[in-house]
Design a protein around this ligand. Structure first.
Ligand SMILES: Nc1nc2c(c(=O)[nH]1)N[C@H]1C(S)=C(S)[C@@H](COP(=O)(O)OP(=O)(O)OC[C@H]3O[C@@H](n4cnc5c(=O)[nH]c(N)nc54)[C@H](O)[C@@H]3O)O[C@H]1N2
Ligand SMILES: Nc1nc2c(c(=O)[nH]1)N[C@H]1C(S)=C(S)[C@@H](COP(=O)(O)OP(=O)(O)OC[C@H]3O[C@@H](n4cnc5c(=O)[nH]c(N)nc54)[C@H](O)[C@@H]3O)O[C@H]1N2
Ligand code: SF4
Ligand SMILES: [Mo]
Length: 719
């Protein structure tokens, strides 16, 4: 394979894989010489991504080679972290966790799973067994500061949290995008590699897409239309749409008519929300509300899509319910060009019907209900710092950096410091993992094989691809799944079944594919022709399993196999909203603003800033403010200001633009790498930035779901 002789030309090979950094699933073509990567480009032959790539995928080799990446377990000592052998590290973790369990009970262990957990199929295959050995109620993840309201609406309307509708971007002719910026994020709960091209294609086939966002984002700039909306008021805009649809009797459920219950209950809920009554609150004119609703109603292939901005806000749960409801009432669910459901080769929706994993326990301090085994992350710190039975004394983090990513991360920073024990499974010694007593660093990126279990299930067409590892793990390195398995083995009271002991992610994937809808055992006539892992592997660029197809009513998992249009929890929350609505528009003092976040194409939450190529150029950790507001406060570009909230204050440079709604300011999250003790080289550079979540309030949640409400918090700005 190798060519070390000086004159022999270097032998080059191409390795094809899926990038697993974000949800888009771009196929990469990686040229290498067997040892080093020579170039990375988008794989034009990938039937799903067709050559698309972004700057993050292009530096996958830089991530692999990053000298700051940990390769061996670390143990904290009085003179700093020292490397120790794996067996010793596992023994310490098992001994300490067992000790905490014995002394204080199972709930004394808090678990936190970050975003890359779901991008890692090996971890996904083994995390459930690991959780079972801990058996704690204090189970947290990034879900409750992200897409929880989507799961919530899916769960109560369709009977399973994973039945999340996906916009059929490939065929729609009218797309309303609320609170999403796919040009930066590359799409979310809409796996759509090359999303910008897909959006452009809507226009090229004579359709249009409009963006409703408090900032004129990168997506908004190429949209047919952009409307500013006041942060956190989407619920009123949606209710006004529903008002028009119901009071003017413009609803038509088409083929779904016989598959819904409680239509009568939703017909009257939006009566009070006339476009006239919400225009001032939302900042969107009556004319625009009416026109957009009618354009959407009059286009057969139309879709209403909402994401982060309408999820991580105080009415996230209601927004996601209303978005589904409007798509259903207007015949835009489960039809071409509307919202549809993916039919992945490994289904995420199990065949069981009607089980409701909700509110089986509540968080100890704030009394917030569990959803699908998890408590809202906003409650994590109080569960650590409030004395009493069930108090968290030890924490396990996997692939998460909650000190930078969770609400009031500064408070968490202190609470982690005071724990009796902490272990982090992570590739870096960063702002969170620096608190760990033991860090267990797995392989990542080019060293792991990959099959996108989660994002294949939310893709805009049905597709499958398997990526082999390009490079073997460096000597002594373990995969995430091997770490989970080793810990499960040590922590488990019972002897583990032999099947578990010999299993690998590949074996489990093989079985899942065989039993999946396209697999050999999926149906009798597929017995000889059905999909196998072998077949997928042989198609190195991936397999196209066709466009989205109607999936209802078969996919429904409610006991009565109907869509529940008016789940009681949502109606109750709507009553609460009525009170807020009657209070009218709130007013802000002179130096008060509503804060929103933003993502940049060259960032990925908190963990990619260590790659030089992704942080060169202009400082991106700035607060964006409208020109009029800046003039009013006597501020100019690059001035440093203090942004203060109930829970903290940060100093940050200002960027002045017309592209943000007056009264609103925007700060990106995932920065703030200057914290002492983190070993990342970014900490020493100008790009370290400050953390949004040092000012985000942990008490600001969506009351319905417990999701963190990052958007719309009031902050004060001082020169
Ligand atoms: N203010 C504000 N806060 C936000 C958001 C926002 O929009 N605004 N967004 C929220 C959202 S949507 C999310 S998903 C969360 C993300 O929250 P987190 O998941 O807590 O944060 P990340 O920055 O994604 O941290 C990922 C961690 O995983 C590690 N890692 C990377 N690859 C691997 C791997 O292969 N294996 C292991 N074991 N570790 C790995 C990294 O080193 C890093 O420590 O942040 C949320 N926080
Ligand atoms: N480059 C890059 N890509 C990423 C990530 C990343 O950090 N960087 N993170 C990944 C993750 S974990 C996720 S969850 C996805 C998220 O992907 P998206 O859902 O596309 O999230 P954002 O890019 O944060 O876009 C949210 C938009 O909501 C707007 N917004 C804020 N408040 C409101 C509001 O009250 N109403 C309305 N209508 N809009 C509002 C913001 O201005 C912003 O433009 O991106 C993923 N992809
Ligand atoms: S868009 Fe996402 S999947 Fe595609 S190359 Fe970039 S980070 Fe990777
Ligand atoms: Mo996320």
């Amino acid at each position: 394979m190798n060519t070390s002789a000086t004159n022999t030309p270097i032998k080059k090979y191409t390795h094809y894989r899926v990038c697993n950094f974000c949800e888009a699933m771009c196929g990469l073509a990686i040229e290498h010489d067997g040892k080093q990567v020579l170039s990375v480009r988008g794989d034009e032959k990938d039937p799903f991504s067709k050559g698309s790539i972004c700057p993050k995928g292009a530096v996958i080799a830089d991530m692999y080679n990053d000298p700051d990446r940990l390769r061996k377990p670390l143990k904290k000592t009085s003179s700093g972290f020292v490397e120790i052998p794996w067996e010793e590290a596992f023994d310490i973790v098992a001994e300490r966790l067992n000790h905490v369990k014995k002394q204080y009970g199972n709930d004394a262990i808090g678990l936190y799973f970050g975003n890359p957990t779901v991008h890692n199929y090996g971890a996904m295959m083994y995390v459930a067994d690991f959780k079972k050995t801990i058996r704690t109620r204090n189970n947290f993840s990034a879900t409750s500061m992200d897409q929880l309201p989507h799961h919530f609406a899916a769960h109560f309307m369709f009977g399973n949290g994973m039945i999340m509708p996906i916009p059929d971007i490939n065929r729609t002719e009218y797309m309303i995008i609320m609170g999403a910026n796919p040009s930066a994020s590359n799409g979310s709960i809409m796996t759509a590699a090359g999303v910008q091209k897909r959006l452009k294609n809507i226009q090229q086939r004579g359709g249009k897409y409009i963006v409703i966002d408090p900032r004129k984002t990168e997506t908004a700039k190429s949209a047919d239309e952009h409307l500013f909306i006041r942060p956190g008021t989407d619920v009123y805009f949606l209710l006004a749409m529903l008002h028009i649809i119901t009071t003017e009797k413009k609803y038509n459920l088409k083929k779904l008519s016989s598959h819904v219950v409680d239509l009568d209950k939703v017909i009257a809920i939006a009566i009070a929300y006339t476009p006239e009554s919400v225009a001032e609150i939302t900042g969107i004119s009556v004319k625009d509300i009416r026109r957009i609703t009618n354009e959407y109603l009059n286009t057969e292939k139309a879709v209403l899509y909402g994401r982060m901005g309408v999820s991580t806000q105080e009415h996230g749960g209601l927004c996601n319910w209303l978005i589904n409801l409007i798509n259903i009432l207007t015949g835009h669910l489960d039809t071409e060009g509307g919202t549809m459901f993916t039919n992945p080769a490994v289904p995420m929706v199990k065949s069981k019907v009607g089980h409701v994993p909700y509110n089986r326990w509540k968080s100890r301090v704030r009394g917030l209900p569990e959803f699908q085994g998890e408590l809202p992350v906003s409650t994590m710190v109080e569960e650590m710092t409030t004395n009493g039975k069930g108090q968290i004394k030890a924490v396990v983090t996997h692939a998460g950096n909650p000190v930078l990513s969770s609400p009031n991360g500064g408070r968490l920073d202190k609470a982690l410091h005071d724990l009796e024990f902490m272990v982090s499974i992570d590739i870096y010694l960063n702002e969170t993992t620096k608190h760990a007593d033991i860090i267990l660093p797995p392989t990542t990126g080019l060293e792991v094989d990959h099959y996108d279990l989660i994002f294949n299930a939310f893709a805009v067409s049905n597709t499958a691809k398997f990526s082999e590892a390009l490079f073997p793990p460096k000597e002594g390195q373990l995969h995430d799944w091997q770490i989970f398995k080793a810990l499960t083995k040590r922590l488990s009271k019972k002897k583990l079944p032999w099947l578990y002991r010999i299993s690998t992610p590949k074996i489990l994937l093989k079985l899942a594919l065989l039993n999946g809808p396209y697999g050999r055992f999926g149906s009798i006539n597929q017995l000889f022709t059905g999909l196998t892992l072998g077949k997928i592997k042989r198609s190195v660029h991936g397999i196209d399993l066709g466009p989205l197809v109607p999936m209802l009513p078969k996919l429904l998992r409610t006991k009565d196999q109907k869509i529940h249009l008016a789940p009681p929890l949502f109606l109750e929350q709507l009553e609460v909203l009525h009170t807020a609505f009657s209070a009218g528009k709130d007013t802000l003092n002179e130096n008060e603003f509503r804060l929103i976040g933003r993502r940049h194409l060259r960032s990925n939450n908190s963990w990619m800033h260590n790659v030089d190529k992704l942080v060169t150029g202009k400082n991106r950790c700035t607060v964006i403010m409208n020109t009029m507001d800046a003039e009013r406060l006597g501020l100019k570009e690059e001035d440093e200001v203090t942004v203060k909230s109930r829970v903290g204050a940060i100093k940050i440079a200002i960027e002045v633009t017309q592209n943000i709604m007056p009264g609103v300011v925007s700060i990106p999250h995932g920065f703030g790498h200057t914290r002492k003790g983190s070993q990342l080289k970014i900490a020493e550079t100008h790009a370290a930035g400050v953390s949004f979540n040092d000012i985000s309030d942990h008490d600001r949640i969506d009351a319905l779901t417990g999701n963190a409400a990052f958007s719309g918090q009031i902050v004060q700005i001082f020169a």
